[in-house]
Design a protein around this ligand. Structure first.
Ligand code: GLN
Length: 319
């Protein structure tokens, strides 16, 4: 790391060592009730130096140049104010992929990996699936699916132009830009002109789902995230309603809709999907903490049935 430090700034004999600096930053972050104070202190320093976090352990005695220390102090102050770590480093890992994030996008969460996993399991061996990601944000879901299923054709919608730029960059970084059509607009709206009616095998979404009255009680970090990606209306299900309504026109018979939700919304969401008549095989998947997190349901419209045999695939039974 020494070489790295020297390349980035002029060494000064007055700088503190890496070890001392991390102890100082950890104490500050702990005083701001940051649970992962030491980890965050390390991630911020590694990000600033452009090295791996583990490289810091081999460099605890090295002295940090003053300009680096100044930059680091500024980052630590922002983290003390509970700005999310991912916005400070500009990256977040999702599905073992390093994704870019900016304050224009919701930071991808591990629970959304459960959504991707559940949806992919239902697709089974279906070849060349047509998949729609609604409200793509940083593009995490679309990029993860594209990387896992190179045969998939993906359409990703997003209302925010700034978020869409981030999503496109992520798709480009991971070499899947050609597989994903990014469309700007509200929920399913940009899809109506895309000739997709009755053609989609899967509609997946992590829509805003926090009930408006619950927004104030979210952890301080979440208040830095775009509220349009969080506010799900009075019961948190406003977007699930609109998506499940529109999904019926886009899905082929036998296609799936997979929606992330807040724990505790399962009963209402299942009822909502069943009430709409067209959905069957409704199932709830739990996240790693055992809480209800994903609802998945199958669209069955006998009128427009497209028999699996004709498309050369088998559809897995819901698990
Ligand atoms: N998982 C986020 C939270 O609980 C909410 C994400 C969303 O509304 N889609 O803060």
């Amino acid at each position: 790391m020494g070489r790295l430090v020297k390349e980035k700034a002029i060494l000064t004999p007055t700088g503190s060592s890496v070890g001392e600096t991390l102890v100082w930053a950890t104490a500050l972050l702990r005083s701001a009730s940051v649970d992962t104070a030491r980890l965050d202190a390390e991630c911020l320093l590694a990000s600033l130096l452009g090295c791996e976090r583990l490289d810091l352990y081999a460099a605890t005695e090295e002295r940090l140049p003053l300009p680096v220390l100044e930059g680091y102090r500024a980052l630590v102050a922002r983290r003390q104010a509970r700005e999310p770590l991912a916005y400070l480093t500009g990256t977040k890992e999702f599905w073992s992929l390093s994704l870019r994030v900016t304050p224009a996008v919701l930071i991808p969460r591990p629970e959304t990996e459960i959504l991707v996993e559940t949806a992919l399991t239902r697709l089974g061996m279906l070849q060349g699936p047509v998949i729609v990601d609604i409200g793509s944000g940083a593009g995490a879901i679309a990029v993860a699916i594209a990387k896992t299923r190179p045969d998939a054709r993906i359409f990703a919608t997003e209302i925010s132009g700034r978020a869409l730029e981030v999503a496109r960059e992520n798709a480009r970084d991971h070499g899947v830009l050609g597989q994903i059509s990014f469309l700007q607009g509200d929920l399913l709206e940009p899809l109506w002109g895309a000739g997709l009616a009755g053609q989609c095998d899967l509609i997946v979404s992590n829509p805003p789902y926090v009930a408006t009255s619950d927004l104030v009680a979210l952890p301080p970090e979440v208040h830095y995230e775009p509220v349009i990606a969080l506010d799900g209306g009075p019961d948190g299900l406003a977007f699930h309603r609109r998506i499940s309504e529109g999904a019926r026109a886009l899905l082929r018979s036998g296609g799936w809709v997979a929606l992330e939700m807040a724990p505790g919304q399962g009963h209402s969401l299942v009822k909502l999907l069943c009430d709409r008549g067209a959905f069957t095989d409704v199932a709830i998947t739990r996240d790693l903490t055992g809480r209800e997190r994903v609802a998945i349901a199958r669209f069955t419209d006998s009128g427009s049935a497209d028999p699996p045999a004709q498309r050369g695939f088998t559809v897995e039974k819901a698990v």
